[in-house]
Ligand binder design. Structure first.
Ligand SMILES: NC(=O)c1ccc[n+]([C@@H]2O[C@H](COP(=O)([O-])OP(=O)(O)OC[C@H]3O[C@@H](n4cnc5c(N)ncnc54)[C@H](OP(=O)(O)O)[C@@H]3O)[C@@H](O)[C@H]2O)c1
Length: 300
């Protein structure tokens, strides 16, 4: 049985870890899956591996630190597909040393938060066209340790890798909740996920003690990528969560996120800053005709 036959899913950071496993499982359920990777070789290897199961898998390239690259990727998607049923915002980094994008933004904030913000807003028309779409935002319980410092969102002062990462993950939860409030009657659900502590490639890029810890120690007690992808796959595919939006999920169920993630003033402020930094606004698009003819009712 292929419960997602005919559906189109886009997964970012899909060449490795949780993203690759999520893409694989959505393809196994019959969906056409568009993988997004920043490196052609790694992306092509993942595409070939997943497609070997005779699944429909496509590859698009994007570096989420580059707005131009994100725009080119979403344009390439739109040229090929007139709707998007599931968007999994999953690509993420953890950087022990501060790095900047070509535009002078702190890398973790840019990739982990603005990357999700841009991808979702640029594909909003295609999500709307699906008439019943789902957006999944890979956050982390690390957000519980974070406080958004609006005086130093770019982490210029006393950079610490975990603080920058935790802030970006709090931004993910604030974004998911704020998008849910702003979507109006758009038939698109938005939920955030904590995948658990997962033995993926995460953090291995750092080298040194941190990289060694992620490579050698974490796999001893962390979840496997199959376990780590389970909540993303559940949110993308299960009828049980149709219509559920604006929630934080872990281990396949909605739980309370940290108190600071329910700060609506902070969410609005972050949204405005994100609009200014990206030049994007949530499109105020008409709903698909069929939906309006149906008295506004949709099965989410
Ligand atoms: N692993 C955990 O314990 C854990 C816990 C909580 C939350 N999460 C979240 O889960 C998500 C997936 O992480 P993972 O554990 O699967 O890590 P991973 O194995 O390191 O995979 C991360 C993916 O993001 C991609 N990526 C990173 N920077 C990028 C950029 N600038 N442009 C495009 N793609 C980029 C990576 O591409 P490359 O292969 O080219 O680097 C890779 O495909 C992340 O959002 C992370 O914050 C993970």
């Amino acid at each position: 049985m292929n419960p997602m036959q005919g559906q189109i899913c886009l997964v970012t950071g899909a060449n490795a870890g949780i993203g690759k496993q999520t893409a694989r499982e959505l393809a196994q359920r019959g969906a056409t899956v568009v993988l997004v990777a920043r490196n052609r070789e790694r992306g092509e290897a993942a595409r070939a591996e997943i497609a070997a199961g005779e699944h429909s898998v496509e590859l698009l390239l994007a570096d989420f630190s580059s707005p131009a690259s994100i725009r080119a990727m979403t344009e390439a998607f739109k040229a090929r597909h007139d709707r998007l049923d599931v968007l999994v915002n999953n690509a993420g980094v953890y950087l022990m040393k501060r790095e900047e994008t070509a535009d002078g933004l702190e890398m973790t904030f840019a990739v982990n938060h603005l990357g999700y913000f841009m991808t979702t807003l640029l594909l909003w028309d295609r999500l709307l066209a699906a008439r019943s779409a789902r957006v999944i935002v890979l956050a982390s319980d690390a957000h519980r340790q974070a406080k958004l410092n609006f005086d130093d969102l770019q982490n210029r002062h006393k950079y610490a890798g975990f603080r920058a990462y935790a802030q970006s993950k709090l931004a993910n939860v604030l974004f998911a909740y704020e998008l849910d409030r702003r979507r109006g009657d758009a038939p698109i659900t938005i939920n955030a996920v904590h995948p658990g502590f997962v033995a993926s490639n995460f953090g291995r890029n750092n080298g040194g003690v941190a990289g060694l810890f992620m490579t050698r120690v974490v796999p001893l007690f962390a979840k496997t990528v199959v376990e780590g992808a389970a909540t993303s796959v559940y949110l993308a595919s299960s009828p049980e969560v149709a219509g559920i939006s604006g929630q934080y999920f872990t281990n396949g169920r909605a739980v309370k996120s940290a108190p600071q993630s329910y700060d609506r003033a902070a969410a609005e402020r972050l949204w405005t800053i994100s609009e200014e930094l990206t030049g994007l606004r949530l499109p105020n698009l008409a709903l698909p005709d069929e939906r309006r003819e149906n008295g506004g009712h949709t099965d989410l």
